[in-house]
Write a protein that binds this ligand. Structure first.
Ligand SMILES: [Cu+2]
Length: 162
């Protein structure tokens, strides 16, 4: 039922949300986010490259980043939290058919050993629902990722338009 409600929500807000597929709005064929490949550091569990999208108070935003798990064992992302929103959830975007993109919560996302997991526009993201304050360009958002093995990791994300 949750999936259905998000789909309904997207019907009216698709153009405003952070879950929009990245292809349609980008004029620049080489977006700044396509920089150096993330390298896995042995024995390190790293969250890097975080940024968050601007959002109005009461509205939505999302954060994007990369997780590089060099610990040699599988982990699981089980949740996210932040004080900037009434709810903070790990979401994935999926093809809902007929040109629609849906998104749904992931409460247990496997992070394989020695892998890089990208959270990006049109894919995985941390969703901020009902922002308690405006997120303007130049602000910074703090949020926490909760992993089964790596524990809590605090992330600071600069706020950008895209
Ligand atoms: Cu979302």
């Amino acid at each position: 039922m949750k999936t259905f409600s998000f789909l309904t929500l997207l019907g009216s807000l698709l153009l405003l949300t952070a879950c929009q597929p990245s292809g349609s709005e980008k004029a620049d064929p080489t977006p700044e986010t396509a920089e150096t490949p993330i390298e896995i550091t042995e024995n390190a569990f790293v969250v890097d490259g975080a940024w968050a999208r601007v959002g109005m108070q009461g509205g939505m935003s999302a954060a994007y980043f990369t997780i590089a798990n060099g610990l040699g064992e599988d982990d699981v992302l089980v949740g996210a939290s932040s004080s900037v929103a009434e709810a903070t959830e790990v979401h994935e975007t999926y093809d809902a058919g007929e040109g629609m993109m849906g998104m749904r919560e992931r409460t247990s996302l496997p992070i394989a050993a020695n892998s890089v997991t990208e959270f990006k526009q049109g894919g995985l993201h941390v969703m901020f629902l009902r922002l308690t304050e405006e997120l303007a360009e130049g602000d910074e958002v703090q949020f926490t990722l909760q992993f089964e093995k790596a524990g809590e990791i605090s992330v600071t994300a600069p706020v950008r338009m895209r």
